[in-house]
Design a protein around this ligand. Structure first.
Ligand SMILES: [Zn+2]
Length: 261
């Protein structure tokens, strides 16, 4: 029951994140102004904006001009709903609200905010090949402040942030900015601030494995060619999320593979 509620909350947040991505790209305020159809500019009302439901009931088209909306909208809503439910389950495994401590509640709100930042980075880099400073910097500050409050040591967080950022800074310097952009360096700092030491390494490791596998599939499927741009921020955001949820378990599993060698 509570998970269904959290999932629906996530759908609404996902709907807001769609607006944030769109308006960041168009450099508009995402607090002021009302939603309108990108084609006919007709104002969209509450009945047109119910997450998932409106898209499905209108078969993915604008109610007024019948042009087709991007399937990014329902996909991102669904993704945010699932991610919110997974985070809730991770932090409050009993799913029992009566047992939640104040610290758990802060942790939950923090992680919901952090995954929202990660989802924006995931989608924005995938669409526009760019990691925006105005997304990453607030994320870094939030992650540092709340993690200190949750009991991380400042040295651990700073070390992890330096390792995360330094990893990309090194590649940036070696390649003279050809392999990666400055946005990756700041995203590395963000990863360190979220995960601390040593799991910033877990996230980098997982991101590179994901990135390699997916690139190979895209190359084999001729969807990409060697030398094409890869939205690496998308993989880093995904690797960070996977590490938040399953990092320690994945590391245990990975090392257990070598026990019998
Ligand atoms: Zn329209």
């Amino acid at each position: 029951m509570i998970v269904a509620f959290v999932f629906i909350l996530g759908l609404f947040v996902g709907s807001f994140l769609n607006v944030v991505v769109l308006r960041l790209h168009r450099e508009e305020s995402f607090i002021k102004g009302y939603s309108k159809c990108l084609f006919c500019k007709h104002r969209l009302y509450a009945k047109d904006l119910i997450p998932l439901f409106s898209y499905l009931s209108l078969k993915g088209r604008c109610r007024y001009c019948k042009k087709r909306f991007s399937n990014q909208y329902p996909v991102l809503e669904l993704m945010t709903g699932l991610v919110f439910a997974l985070v809730f389950w991770k932090i409050i495994p009993s799913l029992d609200l009566a047992s939640v401590t104040a610290l758990q509640f802060v942790h939950l709100l923090d992680w919901w905010a952090i995954v929202s930042f990660l989802i924006i980075i995931f989608v924005y880099d995938l669409k526009y090949y760019l990691i925006l400073d105005k997304v990453v910097w607030p994320g870094i500050i939030l992650a540092l402040v709340v993690n200190l409050f949750l009991g991380f040591s400042i040295f651990n967080l700073i070390f992890a942030a330096v390792v995360g950022g330094g990893f990309f800074l090194l590649q940036f310097v070696v390649s003279k900015g050809r392999w990666i952009g400055g946005g990756d360096i700041r995203l590395g700092v963000f990863m360190g601030a979220i995960l601390g030491w040593p799991h910033v390494l877990t996230a980098l490791f997982i991101s590179y494995i994901l990135g390699s596998f997916i690139s190979i599939f895209l190359l084999l499927g001729k969807r990409k060619e060697l030398g094409d741009k890869i939205p690496f921020g998308t993989f880093l955001a995904l690797g960070t999320f996977i590490t938040m949820l399953w990092g320690p378990a994945l590391i245990d599993w990975y090392f257990s593979l070598f026990y019998y060698i």
